[in-house]
Design a protein around this ligand. Structure first.
Ligand code: 13P
Ligand code: SF4
Length: 336
């Protein structure tokens, strides 16, 4: 990819000084001087084009704190996309997140800095799979994780994220369903099943990042770090959740650290999130897990700048599929 040569000027230093103050432990000054010109130029272009950057909690700190206007978990990014009055949304996250923004804001230009930024969960299931499940289990509602394509959402009854999955399943229970199908993450489904009386049928998808954590990892971390608080994302295997002190979406883990300020903590999730949490909570020693999502890590400052300059790659969703997928996403947002 061709990248623009940008200079670290006095103006750049001044406009990025407050961000660097927060991130000085994460970036050496020489490294920062190569990042700051991108941050400055991206922020200038955002204003010029009435663009907004939605950045997921797994973005690296230079993106998360430097250029993200709205940061958070999948649920918050979807809620904020729906409210935004920007003309352009640059999704700093993965493809399904950008598609969700397009479904919620069909009139806006939605840009994703690298179209290859997918998700192993989204790749594990197709619209045809959902149609087959419905034929096999007539009358049983399909709850689909937002980590899926628009086609898959369009065939589903309702979406969920990791922060509202239990609420959604219980809401279906109140409507009289004693069984639901949860796709595609089997661990999320199993972890929700452990908290409800509603029977959950699950699909065999997994997240390539969270499936790698084991109960032994938690045991080893505790052995090496006295009094460490262990937080785990619900995409982790149930044996990990059983050993953790808290389980929740990326935003829920972030809130836990903000509120409880434990002296030492580990997040059993994607590693950039630990860096972002560490920067916001200087009194908490964060133990990194070194697990990186290969898809999330495809997003970088040079790619974000190029995307804003060229206004591509743009996310397009077939309007008929988008309208059907929106019903499942809207139903989730109403219940959140
Ligand atoms: P959150 O909804 O918790 O942000 O999770 C999204 C994701 O992709 C986790 O791997
Ligand atoms: Fe998908 Fe896992 Fe990456 Fe999240 S961390 S985007 S679930 S592969």
């Amino acid at each position: 990819m061709q990248t623009q040569k940008l200079e670290y000027t006095q103006e750049v230093a001044e406009s990025t000084a407050s961000v660097y103050q927060k991130l000085s432990k994460q970036y050496k000054e020489s490294h920062w001087q190569s990042l700051a010109p991108y941050i400055h130029e991206i922020n200038r272009l955002k204003k010029e084009k009435n663009a907004v950057i939605l950045a997921h909690n797994y973005m690296t700190p230079d993106i998360f704190y430097g250029v993200g206007d709205i940061v958070g978990d999948s649920l918050k990014l979807a809620q904020e996309a729906a409210k935004s009055d920007a003309d352009i949304i640059v999704q700093c996250g993965v493809h399904f997140m950008a598609e969700t923004s397009k479904i919620l804001c069909p009139e806006k230009k939605i840009l994703l800095p690298d179209l290859r930024a997918g998700c192993s969960l989204a790749e594990s299931i197709t619209a045809e799979d959902i149609r087959s499940l419905k034929k096999e289990h007539p009358g049983i509602p399909v709850v689909t994780y937002v980590n899926t394509s628009a086609d898959v959402k369009a065939e589903s009854d309702i979406c969920c994220t990791s922060s509202n999955a239990l609420k959604i399943v219980e809401a279906l229970g109140k409507e009289g369903h004693d069984t639901v199908i949860m796709t595609p993450d089997k661990f999320l489904a199993q972890n929700i099943a452990a908290q409800t009386d509603i029977k959950i049928l699950f699909w065999e998808g997994t997240c390539v990042v969270h499936e790698r954590f084991s109960a032994k990892d938690v045991k080893d971390i505790r052995a090496a770090n006295e009094n460490v608080v262990v937080l785990a994302h619900p995409e982790c295997p149930p044996e990990v959740i059983a050993q953790a002190d808290f389980s929740g979406s990326t935003a829920q883990m972030d809130n836990y650290i903000k509120e409880h300020q434990p002296p030492k903590a580990v997040l059993m999730t994607e590693c950039s999130m630990s860096d972002n949490v560490a920067a916001a909570n200087p009194n908490v020693e964060m133990i990194g897990t070194c697990q990186l999502c290969p898809y999330m890590k495809m997003i970088s400052l040079p790619k974000i700048l190029k995307t804003l300059q060229d206004e591509e790659p743009e996310i397009i969703v077939d309007p008929e599929i988008s309208a059907r997928a929106k019903k499942a996403v809207d139903r989730m947002l109403e219940l959140s």
